[in-house]
Design a protein around this ligand. Structure first.
Ligand code: SAH
Length: 350
C-alpha cells in the first residue's frame, strides 16, 4: 500500500467486497489518515471550494442577527449557541463579532462547536481564540441543561448517502467495486422491498446518516427547547438521478478516479428533513431559497451600509451580494430550513 485513500479503498474492497456509497463517502471524507476533511484545509479561493461564510462577512452577520432575534423571541434565556461543521470557523466568528454589542446576548450564551476533524478543529480554535468555546465530536455531547440554538452551513451535504438504481430486475444498490485496480461503480442486490416505481435506470438517493442526525437534533430541541437553522444545497423535490459529486480546486472531478484530495458531497433532500421534524413534533420553516432568506433578513441594506463605510470595497461587496443571493449563483441552489421547538414562534427570514 502506498498510503493513498484510493489504495486503501481498493484494498478494502478486495478484502471485504463491494462498498456501498455510504461507506465510500464516509471513508473519503472521514478516514482518520486519508479522509478529505482530516487532511485538507479545503475552503477559500486557493482551496477547493468557497462556502457562503467565506464569500462575505455579511452572511455570518445576518445569521448572527437571526439568532439574536430568535433568542429575544424565546425570552432571552441562558442558552447554547452551537454550530455543526464549522469549517474554518468564519461563520461563528462573524456571528459573534456582529452580536457583541447586543445587550446581554454574549453573557447569556455558551459557544459550542461540533466538528469531527481534528485538523479543522485546530483552525477553528485559532479563528475563535477571542471567545470561550467548547468543541465536541458529535451533537449528542452538547450540554443538556438549557436551550440550544444550532446553526449549520454545508454540513448535511457531507453526511453520507446511499443510492439505489432501478433495473429490469428491480431495485439494486449502487456500490463501488475494484476492477483490476480501478474504482468503478456497479450494482448489487438490495434486500429491503422498495414501495415505489421509477423508470429503468433511475437513481434514488437516501441517507440514513442524515436522517439519524436530523432526528437527534430534533430530539435535542424537543428536550431542551430551542431551534436550528440548516443551510445547504438541495431541494424538497429532488428528481431521480445521482447528485454525488467531487470538487477539487473549484472544478468537478471524477470521484472514483480522483478520490484523493477532492471534496465529496450530494444534494440534501429537504422534504426528508421536514418529514422527520414532523414525526418528532418540531415545527419546520422553509425550505426557502438562500437568496430570499438573506433578502428577508436585510442583506441589501447591510451591503449598502458596508459600501458607504468603505467606498473602495463597494464593488467587492456588490459582487459578494450577487454571489450569495442571485439565482444563477448560490441564491437559488442553496436552501434554508428552520426547525423550532416552539411552534408559536416565527423565526425571521422565512
Ligand atoms: N460550515 C463551513 C464548512 C462546511 S464543510 C462553511 O460553511 O464554510 C463541512 C464541515 O463539516 C467541515 O468542517 C467538516 O469537517 C465537518 N463535518 C463533516 N462531517 C461531520 C459530522 N458528522 N459532524 C460534524 N462535523 C462534520
Amino acid at each position: 500500500m502506498t498510503g493513498s485513500l484510493k489504495d486503501f479503498l481498493l484494498d478494502h474492497i478486495s478484502r471485504s467486497g463491494p462498498m456501498d456509497i455510504t461507506t465510500f463517502m464516509a471513508y473519503a471524507l472521514g478516514h482518520p489518515k486519508h479522509g478529505y476533511y482530516m487532511t485538507q484545509q479545503p475552503f477559500g479561493a486557493d482551496g477547493d471550494f468557497t462556502t457562503a461564510p467565506e464569500v462575505s462577512q455579511m452572511f455570518g452577520e445576518l445569521i448572527g442577527a437571526w439568532v439574536v432575534d430568535l433568542w429575544m423571541k424565546m425570552g432571552s434565556p441562558e442558552f447554547i449557541l452551537a454550530e455543526g461543521g464549522p469549517g474554518r470557523g468564519t461563520l461563528m466568528a462573524d456571528m459573534l463579532r456582529a452580536t457583541k454589542k447586543m445587550k446581554g446576548f454574549h453573557d447569556a450564551m455558551e459557544v459550542h462547536l461540533v466538528e469531527t476533524s481534528p485538523l479543522l478543529q485546530k483552525i477553528q480554535q485559532e479563528a475563535l481564540a477571542d471567545y470561550k468555546a467548547v468543541w465536541h465530536p458529535a451533537i449528542d455531547r452538547l450540554p443538556k441543561d438549557r436551550p440550544v440554538i444550532f446553526v449549520a452551513n454545508e454540513l448535511i451535504d457531507a453526511l453520507p448517502i446511499r443510492q439505489l438504481q432501478k433495473t429490469a430486475d428491480g431495485w439494486k444498490e449502487v456500490a463501488v467495486y475494484n476492477k483490476g485496480g480501478a474504482l468503478v461503480l456497479g450494482l448489487r442486490d438490495f434486500a429491503t422491498p422498495v414501495h415505489f416505481d421509477a423508470p429503468e435506470g433511475a437513481v434514488f438517493e437516501f441517507s440514513p446518516a442524515r436522517d439519524a442526525f436530523v432526528r437527534q437534533l430534533c430530539k435535542i430541541l424537543k428536550a431542551q427547547r430551542g431551534a436550528a437553522l440548516l443551510i445547504d444545497y438541495g431541494s424538497e423535490h429532488p428528481e431521480f438521478g445521482s447528485s454525488l459529486h467531487a470538487i477539487h480546486k473549484h472544478s468537478r472531478v471524477d470521484f472514483l478516479e480522483q478520490v484523493d484530495g477532492a471534496d465529496l458531497s450530494a444534494n440534501v433532500n429537504f422534504s426528508d428533513i421536514k418529514a422527520i421534524a414532523q414525526e418528532e413534533k418540531i415545527a419546520a420553516h422553509g425550505s426557502i431559497a438562500q437568496g430570499t432568506f438573506l433578502q428577508n433578513l436585510g442583506i441589501e441594506a447591510r451591503a449598502a451600509m458596508l459600501s458607504r463605510a468603505n467606498p473602495d470595497k463597494a464593488e467587492e461587496v456588490e459582487k459578494a451580494l450577487r454571489r450569495l443571493t442571485s439565482s444563477d449563483e448560490m441564491g437559488q441552489l442553496f436552501k434554508v430550513m428552520g426547525l423550532m421547538h416552539d411552534a408559536s414562534l416565527t423565526p425571521a427570514g422565512f
